[in-house]
Design a protein around this ligand. Structure first.
Ligand SMILES: [Zn+2]
Length: 454
């Protein structure tokens, strides 16, 4: 039985001072007042969030796509071409080494688990590996070695666009027919079930551009109640393409044709009308927001004010992994609303500050999207806990909601993180992953083999 004595904690009941959290078999066994005279082992204990959307290999491209390339109209689509060129070089060993590095960085940023939206399936020539789930296994191996919680989300990718054009170049590594995907998914399921108890699986029809009705129906059938993740309404050009092919906007079309409910997590949704925003909010689905990546790619601004007013659920993902910081994701979303509306404290409500609202929606939405029993410090929940030291210039010894506001808006929240437990695995201690050097060494060896000039 592990015990954490915290000076303050955000538990299911709200803010509590001097509590002892006991952990047994990966779960929170109990939360009691600290015994009299006991030594506080941590400052502030919070439920550690789930990172609900990641493409781990893209971490290795951070900083490689920020110059104006040969294309004068540099855009999301230029970035996407560069991404294909980069991934064309990756071997299974590279994929695993990069995933281990990025997962360790996520843990150090306070995330206890990740939903890996995994679409890189085949060899560089587009031919499946002897084991079609080879790269799922590599992701899984990276996660277990590093100790992060995992929701494996294998991706079905059929076509290069709504006109069903074939996949070309780097895209061929993603492609599967529905039948081949069903087999891959079954293999991935077996792999995940052989792993730690807190690991689970979801399914991802990539986007309306990449899957047709048959593929979408199959993905929902395979999910069988597990989470369904899909990119949706990220770019203006995507909306135009969907409108001309399906005669409706992406969110509108999906909600007209499918029973979008709490099992769904729709990634981005930066392009929604007011009507779509309210409809999606009321569906119970999670909107998977990735504000740092969305800003980096120039996607647009999610209408969080209207969405949360209508009790919509959101969670946060690091997506391209260009920069991994949970607190910075929250701040990026809030600042996008303020800049758009020329407002302040855009997402605060009468009894909760901005930082508190963002933290609460992020932890509960992440848990829902990953179907993971976390996001709250309560008996029986997974022991996904992040501890922070506020006794410094960045934390300024703040307490309660103001502590969260300081962590989110002060810009140094990550520097205050001391410990992270993922399902009871105490993998970050004194602010560092316990195997940081070894993981980094493998990552640097992989990077030395990769062409960086895209
Ligand atoms: Zn994505």
């Amino acid at each position: 039985m592990q015990k954490i004595n915290a000076k303050q904690a955000l538990t299911k009941k709200g803010w509590e001072a001097n509590v002892e959290i006991s952990i047994k078999d990966g779960r929170i066994a109990g939360i009691q007042p600290s015994p009299l005279g006991s030594y506080a082992s941590v400052g502030l204990a919070l439920p550690a969030p789930t990172n609900l959307h990641s493409h781990s290999f893209q971490r290795a491209m951070s900083g490689l796509t920020e110059a104006r390339g040969r294309d004068p109209s540099d855009s999301f689509w230029t970035w996407r071409r560069m991404m294909y060129a980069f991934l064309d070089q990756l071997t299974p060993d590279h994929v695993q080494a990069i995933a281990a590095q990025v997962f360790s960085e996520m843990l150090e940023a306070g995330y206890a688990s990740v939903a890996e939206f995994h679409y890189l399936h085949h060899d560089t020539n587009g031919v499946p590996y002897a084991n079609s789930a080879e790269l799922c296994e590599r992701i899984m191996a990276a996660a277990t070695n590093v100790g992060i919680g995992l929701t494996m989300v294998p991706v079905l990718y059929q076509h290069g666009g709504l006109d069903k054009r074939p996949l070309v170049g780097g895209q061929r590594r993603f492609g599967n027919t529905p039948d081949d995907f069903a087999e891959l998914y079954e293999r991935a399921k077996r792999v995940v079930r052989s792993g730690p108890q807190d690991y689970n699986i979801g399914v991802a029809p990539h986007s309306l551009r990449a899957v047709d009705r048959t593929g979408l129906d199959l993905a929902i059938y395979l999910a069988d109640g597990a989470p369904v993740h899909m990119h949706l309404a990220e770019q203006v050009a995507e909306v135009t393409e969907v409108q001309s092919a399906l005669n409706a906007r992406p969110v509108e079309w999906l909600m007209d044709h499918y029973n979008v409910d709490q099992n769904w997590c729709l990634i981005h949704c930066t392009q929604m009308t007011s009507f779509e925003t309210t409809a999606l909010a009321r569906s119970g689905a999670v909107a998977g927001l990735c504000p740092i990546t969305e800003a980096n790619l120039g996607d647009g601004i999610f209408n969080a004010v209207q969405y949360l007013t209508n009790e919509g659920r959101v969670g946060f993902g690091s997506d391209s992994n260009v920069h991994i910081s949970f607190f910075d994701e929250l701040r990026a979303l809030e600042y996008s609303q303020r800049l758009r509306d020329k407002s302040r404290a855009a997402l605060a409500i009468s009894d909760r500050s901005t930082g508190r609202v963002l933290f609460d929606v992020a932890t509960s939405g992440g848990a829902q999207a990953a179907a993971r029993n976390n996001g709250v410090l309560a008996q029986g929940a997974l022991a996904d806990i992040v501890a922070l030291d506020l006794d410094n210039a960045w934390g300024a010894n703040r307490s309660g909601d103001m502590a969260l506001d300081t962590l989110v808006f002060g810009g140094n929240g990550h520097r205050c993180i001391t410990d992270v437990w993922s399902a009871g695995r105490h993998v970050v201690q004194q602010g560092r992953h316990t195997a940081r050097e070894k993981i980094l060494c493998n990552y640097m060896a992989a990077m030395a083999e990769l062409e960086q000039d895209l």
